[in-house]
Design a protein around this ligand. Structure first.
Ligand SMILES: Nc1ncnc2c1ncn2[C@@H]1O[C@H](COP(=O)(O)OP(=O)(O)O)[C@@H](O)[C@H]1O
Ligand SMILES: [Mg+2]
Length: 283
């Protein structure tokens, strides 16, 4: 395990740093009847058709489905990066109309800045915090680097890091502004199985220790069963939520456990059913 939970702030930490690191209540989300159609050169593509869902405070929800069924579109709409044609997204009672630092997104490609070192990348996430001095910012950034297990690498260049380490930096950068909701779009899809396994454990620990609401998109059913309290299944063309599974397994969950494999095979069977009904070809 990379992650340590023993991190303590130095006694010299200012009250602004302590305040910045306080636990904020995780977000509650309501998506109501969201539809979205893209105009393409070959005609309109309906990415989402009247999608509704509710996510409770501190819940870990996974969205699963084949490529092209609208998962990223929904996540981007929840993030406020994209607008729905109709329907609404409400976070903690307020309509989501634009991106905000309450809800941050982490993508498959880490989108780190190669000209900044590891610490610089995490500090970037804190640049919108004018009440913090430079010293305070560094202390906050180091808290999150410790949380993702990268303290020793704070001065490393991005190109010197493995894929898994880059995603850890991206996670620290997304966590640093202390969002109440984390939106993750296939963040581990490009990593090897062993690295992913380590990150599943660490992400569950971080989620438990920092209490965030997480919406996690994946096409990997085992990953979804390992991470989610709830797994929502999408069917494509147009993207719709078709089924939901409650994963009643204790945490920390082991991706290789038999109980988890059973959930994964039930989820997979449902997904295959949607594809056959739609005449789709499996990935
Ligand atoms: N910006 C866009 N312009 C045109 N079509 C798009 C755009 N974004 C997504 N789509 C289309 O919408 C559908 C859903 O895409 P997406 O949300 O990326 O699916 P997923 O994340 O599940 O793979 C796909 O058919 C995709 O080609
Ligand atoms: Mg996608």
């Amino acid at each position: 395990m990379y992650v340590t939970r023993t991190f303590e702030l130095p006694p010299s930490a200012s009250s602004s740093v302590r305040e910045e690191l306080q636990f904020l209540p995780p977000s509650k989300l309501t998506v109501e009847s969201v539809s979205k159609t893209f105009k393409t050169r070959t005609g309109p593509v309906q990415a989402l058709d009247k999608v509704s869902l509710q996510v409770g405070e501190g819940e870990f929800v996974c969205l699963v489905g084949a490529s092209g069924c609208g998962k990223s579109t929904l996540l981007n709409i929840i993030a406020g990066l994209e607008k729905p044609d109709s329907g609404t997204v409400t976070a903690d009672g307020l309509r989501v109309l634009e991106p905000g630092r309450e809800r941050l997104v982490m993508f498959q490609e880490s989108a780190l800045f190669p000209w900044l070192d590891v610490l610089g990348n995490v500090l970037f996430g804190l640049k919108m915090k004018p009440h913090l001095s430079n010293k305070d910012r560094k202390q906050v950034a180091r808290y999150y680097l410790e949380l993702v297990g990268l303290t020793r690498f704070e001065r490393s260049n991005i190109h010197e890091l493995s894929g898994g380490m880059k995603q850890r930096v991206a996670l620290a950068r997304a966590l640093a502004p202390n969002p109440r909701m984390l939106l993750m779009d296939e963040p581990f899809a490009a990593l090897d199985a062993l690295t992913r396994e380590q990150l599943y454990g660490d992400l569950q620990q971080i989620w438990e220790s920092r209490r965030k609401t997480i919406i996690f998109v994946t096409h990997n059913v085992r990953e979804a069963a390992c991470l989610g309290d709830r797994v929502l299944l999408f069917s494509p063309h147009p993207g719709r939520i078709r089924e939901e599974f409650l994963i009643k397994l204790p945490r920390q969950r082991d991706i290789n456990s038999t109980a988890l494999a059973e959930y994964a095979s039930r989820i997979m069977a449902s997904l295959k059913g949607f594809k056959e009904n739609n005449g789709e070809v499996a990935e």
